[in-house]
Structures are given as C-alpha cells and as structure tokens.
Design a binder for this molecule. Sequence first.
Ligand code: GMT
Length: 365
Amino acid sequence: MRVLRLGLVAYPGLGGSGIVATELAHRLAQMGHRVYLFATERPFRLPKNSPVVYIPVDLPFYPVFPGPLYTLSLAGVLEREARRLGLELVHTHYAIPHAAAAYLGLGEELPLVHTLHGTDVSVLGMDPAFHGPTRKALQRAKATTAVSRALAQEAQKAFGVSPAVIHNAVDPDRFYPRPERKKLYAEEGEWLLVHASNFRPIKRVPDIVRVFAKVRRKVQARLLLLGKGPEEGEAKRVAEELGVERWVSFHPPTPHPEEVLGAADLFLLASEEESFGQAALEALASGVPVVATAVGGVPELVRPEVGRLVELGDLEGFAQAVLDLLAHPKLPSMRKAAREYAIAHFHPERITQAYLGVYQKALES
Ligand code: GMT
C-alpha cells in the first residue's frame, strides 16, 4: 500500500480509547505512513522515539466563555493542520466530541473515520446534550468502527450506523509473562490477583475488594490494584471494613503496566459495563487468565479456555470462579493458552491491517 498521510485524534490520558489510538498511530508510523496525532497533551503511551508527530490541541480560555471550548478548538486545529500537512484522512477515537468536532472542522473535505469505544455510545452518546450532533457526524462519516460486536449493535440502535467491528490489539513483545517479578508484589506462597483500571464507578473496584476478601478467607493471596480514579477512597474503605487492607496494595498508573500484569496469577475485572476490556486483553497476552463479569463485549474476549465469566453482581460466584481457577490442575496450561489466544486473535499486525482496509475503502468511495 502507498504511504498515507493520516491524522488521528485521541484523548491523551489513562483511558483505553487513548491507548488504542496511540498504539495504532505508532504502528502505522512504524510501517512508514506519515501519522499526526492530535491531542491536548502528548499521549502518555506514545514512545519517546516514536515517528508519530504530536500536534497539540490548545484550550484557549477567555473569560466570556463558561469554560474551555475543546470541541471548537479541535475543529479549528483540524481544519488548519489538515491543509498544512496535506492530510488524506482523519480517524478519531471516542466519538464525543471528536466526531462532531471533525465534521465541524473538515466537513466533507476529507474522509472521516470514527472509532466508537464504549461510553461514547452507551452513556455520553445517550445524553440529549450530545446525541444529535454526534448522530449527525457519525452518519456523515465515511466509516465508523466499533471495538466489539456488542458495541456495534448498541451503536446501530443509538445512532443508526453500522460500524465495522475491529477488536483492539495487544503487543505480545511488550505484554508477556514475567513470573520473576511476582516476588516484588507478593510473599512466597501467596497468589497475586491484579486489577487495573481508571477506578471509575463503572469499574466496580470496591466489588473487586469484596471478592478478594472472600478469596482471602480460603487461600493466601494478595490484591494489587493498579490505577487511580474516583473510587480509590471507597475501595480503601471497603478493604479496611473487611479487614483485608494489609493484603491490598494500590499502585499509581504507570506507563509500564506490563511489568505488573506479567507478574500476576489472575486478572480480575468486575465492570458493570465494558465494551471490550483492554486491560484484560493485556493480561491475557501476559499469560494471565481472567475472571470477569459477562457484560458488553467482554464475552468476545474472555473465552472459556482462557478464563471465567460471571454474572454482574454475583460476588459469591466471582470469588468461587477465582478459587476454582487457582485450584485448577490446568492453570499452568491455561496461562500458556491465554497468551497464544491473545497472539492469534489480537496481534497488532492483524488489527492494523483491518484499519488500513477501512481507510482504503474510505479513500476509494
Ligand atoms: O468508554 C469509556 O468508558 C472510555 C473508554 C476509554 O477511553 O477508556 O473505554 C472504553 O474503550 C476501551 C478501549 O477500546 C475499552 O477497552 C473499554 O472496555 C471501554 N470502556 C467501557 O466500555 C466502559
């Protein structure tokens, strides 16, 4: 394929959509495409030596406004920079407000592609304040994609679009088993259970602690919670209330989650809603089986050979699934299967080719 000049738009912080966009941008640039990444800050997962060019989106504040006008500012920078850089296509990640901003700035000058990630459809997308402009922008795009079949179905209902399903990718050269690191986080003879997220209420981190307390009554184990966010205080409170605080550790977000995930015995995800579950995929690639709630797109990711699914809210069932896996004679082979499965289905090369296929069609139509 010829070299493309592409603009990608991402949130730069801890969210999965920003990570997916940043890693896609980096891989495309490594393949030789000219890639410009638009964000309010340099995305924290963008490697220092990446060939991706970061284009800042400023947030000018004038006292006449009630707050910074991100949507308008992004529309302005896209309009200006697309011409200056000779962009051929713009691909946004997370529809709100990126789809409307791109449409405002670029209209139909350029093919626009939008990737839907989750709450941009299910929560913010349903907010009457955002729904109309987002629906219009998505319907006028050359293509939309969704990170799971479950999310594509939701988007069809919410916005009347039919996104192509492209699952997220994981880099197996970065996420691999690191059992030698387990001693950094757990004592000899203890199981190491890990959860990683942005600790928003939707992730139900306090439920992870409740499950852990049940598990800890039966086996020696430690819980490592990686990340930060609004539910951190409540998770700490629950750990104290249940008397397990000395076995629960909180680790701030790191640009190298692979160093923690690769050390785990199991990864736990108790979300009430999850279009995909990027951290669970990173755990699988690290050779770590997953126990997760069967919500959204998670069943597309966590297959029986690599983990267990439990009903949302069934904390007893969740704890039992964890204990069953820890006691399972096939746990070592499941670890191997988890990594092989992640490589077979979610390899970056395969996923990048799928996005390039979407770009190709959008450019031709
Ligand atoms: O939709 C969100 O909550 C935000 C978004 C993000 O930026 O973190 O997360 C979503 O996108 C990730 C990457 O595609 C998925 O792995 C997450 O499952 C998804 N989160 C939800 O659906 C809650």
